[in-house]
Design a protein around this ligand. Sequence first.
Ligand SMILES: *Cc1c(COP(=O)(O)O)cnc(C)c1O
Length: 423
Amino acid sequence: MKLASLSEQAMQLNRQDPLSGFRDRFHIPQREAKEVVYFTGNSLGLMPKNVPAYVNRELNDWATFGVEGHFQSKHPWLSYHELFPSLLAPIVGALDSEIVVMNQLTVNLHLLMVSFYRPTSSRHKILCEGRAFSSDQYAMESQVCFHGFDPQRSIVEIFPREGESYIRKQDLIEAIRLHGEELALVLLGGVNYYTGQLFDLREITREGQAHGAVVGFDLAHAAGNVSLQLHDWGVDFATWCSYKYLNSGPGGVSGVFIHERHHLSDLPRFEGWWGYRKADRFQMNKGFIPIPTAEAWQLSNAPVLSMAAHHAALSVFQEAGMDRLHAKRKQLSELMVAGLVELQALHSGKFEVLTPMEMSERGCQTSLYFSTGGKSVHTELEKAGFICDWREPGVIRLAPVPLYNLFSEVTDFICCLDKILKA
Ligand SMILES: *Cc1c(COP(=O)(O)O)cnc(C)c1O
């Protein structure tokens, strides 16, 4: 009964959705000539239909101009990356000068730690969330070892309390206070990839910095998902990938934020010619002179083909507008939460919701934990046309996104899960 009224509400929300036209701007994968319900935009966002035109323009310019494309293409390759700061600024809440698009995420994590993880014998610890994404763990551990420290002693992981599924904010803050004098760096995923928990980035930044630590975030699961104000929060640095919520294609180029107060500082940095002052970069002189912005961290010239896809995808974000996207994301999440609450009442004990229900502590993603039978639930969902993600030992992750998912897809999912759990 309750589920039926939620489905009705979803149909109404579909009809009133000011972003409904954007679904048609994406290729929705099909199975047996029927569109799937795609809930893995947190893993690989769908392809915007304008991507081939953007990529083909660069391919054509390459064919037409050869090397002259660096100057003669519509968006000259020499400065192609300069298209991005103004498009990303509203997404991450930064000044244009604080953003640079380059490399890939794990590479950027390393480059940023070169500058921002400067351990000393008394202050050498990195504080992070337990169950951080594997690549982040490997990056942090190898950086700690690189500086001659022991990851066992220097990496502090914060876990949820026994019997709880996500980390209490208060526990994070207290851990920062506890290790304060020894903390070199606080480095968290803005939204945890596994639980979908959104951390209070503003509060963590304030607390970390108050204890003398540098504070940075991996925003792979946050950029294009939740509302961010990196500049105003005073975050030291951040990086993210473009292929999850930002829909810019497999292995797409990554983004970096470096707060302006660091641009002219004497932080160490790994350098390359693309970070050199633009006016005389091509004189190829000895002695590095940095661009006075986040661009100083660039090493190489722009990977234009991958960036063209990013450009196409960000133009869709620009049209949709972050305010409307955040409003729809909240509505989608509220519908999901309402449905799951109903299901928990109907199927008590069959699954647990790992993600906070509170809107300020979550983005698009919901993670469900099945202590038994999760794999077969996932198989049944896939059979019914729901593309969602399976993680051992029993987690199904779902991420309806505002650009291309329908409200009714959320309630269809709830009804389908209800049927599967009944059977
Ligand atoms: C997706 C993801 C990565 C992937 O790193 P790549 O370098 O892009 O392969 C790393 N960290 C986090 C937190 C992620 O969510």
